[in-house]
Design a protein around this ligand. Structure first.
Ligand SMILES: *[C@@H]1O[C@H](CO)[C@@H](O)[C@H](O)[C@H]1NC(C)=O
Ligand SMILES: *[C@@H]1O[C@H](CO)[C@@H](O)[C@H](O)[C@H]1NC(C)=O
Length: 456
């Protein structure tokens, strides 16, 4: 295959770009001076056009390696002497004024492989695995695109791919990274600061479902639970964060965590630890653990989970924790409601009956009534935050079937609904508030109306 389209120089102002082949090592060389030109020539408009002819070098099948002196291009143009060769992907131009050829790194090379990256050791030490992976991904995409348009016989492409494969070996996989991090986390010589940054890295990785599962099978769950049980609240906080993320939408991890006693441990931390920051993250982990997991929800209730939460609710003046707790309760109630009202065809969903059975064992509403939540949740309406109030109203509506009697005799709730309705109605009608805000306030008015209708 030969590319040899040569164009008159300086005739057109348009700057043509070519699909570029990349070179990782300088094994593949092309003689830029050989008669058998495998070079693609593009016109150049640099410097007002004319006088310079530019080439992007592709590689000729026939070129003989070994005989040529290979030049390593840099970002600067450098003059080529006869007999010198340049790596594929380099930018070569003919300076028509001097008659000499000049070379510098091609665009793609410039992008990915600046001079210091030519050394493999430096790839390992100076580029983060993530950066390198991104670069590799981009290069592979480029290669795939290139190979579609290119002759199968194109040998250098195959060589490039082989180089890619070698480079892949230098990139730490997520599994390797997690293994290394767990070893460091488990090491008695790691400081608390180091452990915290390790946990942060793990938190990033476990967002991927399979990573979180791998972490468990490597014994990571045990280490994280130990961190949760640590006497240092910073480690508790970071560990709860990792745990919550690993549990999110990940049934395999949810089951393993319950098996490992995570639920009891989380409740214990929630009941005993002081800093709100820790409690926030622990609540996050509890919510992730319970979500769509009726078995864990049942155990949460039987282990006094609602009792722990109600103490937390009463202590929390600021409302951040209150809101999180109320949201969690709302999620649990509506999750169960959805299952029972989904109208699923049992024939289409084999596990439907089993899920119904499991959710039926979660006696959430009865517990809420019993533990005084019908009168606790209205207290969140004290908050000045629209968002907190909205969450409270939604939860109150969801709890209404159970709590109606309590609501009716709760003068604080009745008064609050009355004054909040006035307040939001006024804001909706105010012409000062426009757009989404207005829409949001109208929604709050609707929630209040719906609740008042139920209470009547
Ligand atoms: C942590 O270290 C202990 C021994 O010090 C070892 O038994 C355990 O397997 C290690 N855990 C992990 C996850 O590496
Ligand atoms: C948590 O820590 C306490 C004391 O530091 C210890 O007695 C207990 O066994 C630990 N629990 C777990 C599950 O590691």
């Amino acid at each position: 295959m030969r590319l040899g389209s040569s164009r008159a120089t300086g005739a057109s102002p348009s700057c043509l770009t070519l699909s570029v082949l990349l070179l990782l090592h300088c094994r593949h060389v092309a003689s830029t001076l050989g008669q058998k030109s495998a070079l693609t020539v593009v016109e150049n408009t640099e410097g007002g056009g004319g006088g310079v002819e530019e080439e992007e070098v592709t590689v000729d099948n026939d070129d003989e390696e070994g005989d040529l002196e290979v030049v390593h291009p840099t970002e600067e143009w450098q003059t080529l002497r006869p007999g010198q060769a340049v790596p594929a992907g380099s930018h070569v131009r003919l300076n028509l004024q001097t008659g000499q050829r000049e070379v510098r790194l091609g665009e793609e090379q410039l992008k990915y492989w600046t001079q210091e990256h030519w050394e493999e050791e430096e790839i390992q030490s100076s580029v983060s695995p993530e950066e390198l992976k991104q670069a590799m991904k981009k290069i592979k995409e480029d290669l795939n695109t290139a190979s579609k348009d290119t002759d199968q016989q194109y040998r250098p492409l195959e060589e490039l791919k082989r180089d890619m494969a070698q480079l892949d070996l230098l990139v730490e996989t997520d599994v390797q990274i997690m293994k290394r991090l767990l070893e460091q986390l488990n090491s008695s010589s790691s400081t608390t600061e180091q452990k915290m940054s390790i946990l942060l890295e793990l938190e990033y990785l476990v967002h991927q479902v399979d990573n979180a599962q791998t972490l468990c099978s490597m014994g990571g769950l045990q280490l994280i639970l130990q961190g949760l049980n640590s006497s240092d609240f910073r480690l508790q906080e970071s560990s709860a964060f990792v745990l919550g993320s690993a549990l999110s939408s990940n049934p395999v991890v949810q089951v393993k965590a319950v098996e490992r006693g995570a639920l009891q441990m989380l409740l214990t931390v929630l009941a005993t630890t002081q800093p709100v920051r820790v409690k926030k993250k622990v609540l996050f982990a509890v919510a992730s653990l319970l979500r769509h997991f009726p078995y864990a929800q049942r155990h949460f209730l039987s282990h006094g989970g609602l009792q722990v939460l109600s103490e937390l609710f009463r202590e929390d003046g600021g409302g951040v924790l209150r809101t999180r707790i109320v949201t969690m309760l709302y999620d649990m109630i509506s999750e169960k409601e959805l299952i029972f009202h989904a109208g699923l065809d049992p024939g289409l969903d084999a596990s439907y009956e089993e899920r119904l059975r499991q959710y039926a064992q979660v006696s959430l509403q009865g517990e809420l009534l019993e533990k005084g939540w019908c009168n606790l949740v209205p207290q969140l309406l004290e908050s000045t935050e629209h968002d907190y109030r909205e969450k409270a109203l939604r939860a109150l509506l969801a709890m209404a079937p159970t709590c109606l009697e309590q609501y009716r005799s709760d003068s604080f709730l009745l008064d609050s609904l009355f004054s909040l309705r006035d307040q939001y109605q006024e804001m909706v009608q105010s012409e000062m508030i426009l757009g989404e805000e207005n829409y949001y306030f109208a929604e709050i008015v609707e929630l209040i109306d719906a609740l008042q209708v139920k209470i009547k």
